[in-house]
Design a protein. Structure first.
Length: 62
């Protein structure tokens, strides 16, 4: 069987990860897929963070 090109990645909020003085202790995370042949680098998208209550940059984690 052929191995798939698309892989599942996790996107994590950059502001929640660095700001320790916010109200809630959670970190916003999304899961999505990407094509590893077309997008070889780390993916960064603007998504809505429920803990920050605004649209922030979400970067790919390991």
């Amino acid at each position: 069987m052929a191995k798939g090109v698309r892989i599942i990645i996790t996107l994590e909020c950059t502001e929640c990860r660095t700001n320790f003085e916010k109200r809630s202790r959670g970190v916003s995370r999304y899961t999505t897929t990407k094509n590893r042949r077309n997008t070889s680098g780390r993916l960064e998208l603007k998504k809505f963070c429920t803990h920050c209550n605004k649209h922030t940059a979400h970067k790919e984690t390991k």
